[in-house]
Design a protein around this ligand. Sequence first.
Ligand SMILES: Cc1cc2nc3c(=O)[nH]c(=O)nc-3n(C[C@H](O)[C@H](O)[C@H](O)COP(=O)(O)OP(=O)(O)OC[C@H]3O[C@@H](n4cnc5c(N)ncnc54)[C@H](O)[C@@H]3O)c2cc1C
Length: 305
Amino acid sequence: MAINVRNSGEKINLEELLEYEVPLSDHTTIHTGGKADCAAHPSDFEELRSLLSYAEEQQMKVTVLGGGSNCLISDNGIEGLTIVTTHLTRLHISGELFCVRCGLSLDRAIDRSIEAGLSGLENLGGIPGTIGGAIFGNSGANNVQTSDLLYYVDYMTLDGKLHRMQTHADEFSYRKSPFSDHRDFIMYEAGFRLIPTIQTSDARLRKEEAKRKRKLDGQYDNPSLGCVFKNPPGHVAGKLIEECNLKGMQIGGAAISNRHGNIITNFNGKATSQNIFDLIAHIQAVVQKEQHITLEPEIQFIGRW
Ligand SMILES: Cc1cc2nc3c(=O)[nH]c(=O)nc-3n(C[C@H](O)[C@H](O)[C@H](O)COP(=O)(O)OP(=O)(O)OC[C@H]3O[C@@H](n4cnc5c(N)ncnc54)[C@H](O)[C@@H]3O)c2cc1C
């Protein structure tokens, strides 16, 4: 049965879109966490708008999930509606403007930009996750931040209205964007002003090299969320953790990586999100006591914490 949706010219079959009691451990790269009360994977603008309209009518809390590579999802799940963006993947190119839906994986987007003779994003190669997640936390690597070439972001507010934010690099900082404090903004499309290049094979090599370095570092060996803490000004979080002799420490199935102090892994596939949460709290307490430095998590805590 099709449900009529308010403020929409079209009828979208929400019953086909909505799923209930959806296990989320496969929606995060660390493979922990409970269920979404209700989840949906919109694949276009109208579906997204209809879902928001439905959530507003039903007074459901809305949570957005991209690739789940920076989110620790509570074992008690996520209340309300979880919108998973990974089916929002279209892109179009106009000259040097590379316009991409926010659910496309960053890695795939880089490949597509190079195929189109555009460069600039290669150093971000191998970062898991989506364009939306990369903008939210201003992901960066190898001296490039997502904000460097970002030109605009189209986002929806919970009332289903679409807005355009013309972005400026100075509104972004280390792991922070104008979206970080707005969990009620759902990024739909982003435009990057890239650099035209005829040296596409060089760009491809740079991207593959960035990814290869991550593989060599063992970043993909065990499920993780990448770096757990931000680097405090003047310090490297992983080094502080290592200096406190915490590498290798375990709580349940969660362990501090032996290779990188700032990475927690689900080493035996049996960790709970609570194990990871407890390990994070322990690291913070020890580093505070021994080094007098407060470590701030880089990861997002999602759901019923
Ligand atoms: C092995 C590994 C290596 C990593 N290396 C790096 C690195 O080098 N540099 C780095 O910066 N990060 C790194 N990360 C962290 C992570 O991959 C990035 O932060 C990534 O950009 C997150 O994207 P995501 O789609 O997975 O976001 P998610 O984890 O799904 O979400 C993160 C936050 O963004 C919000 N969000 C996501 N999409 C949208 C949207 N469309 N609209 C509104 N809000 C949205 C979510 O609500 C959440 O609050 C690494 C992670 C792993 C597992």
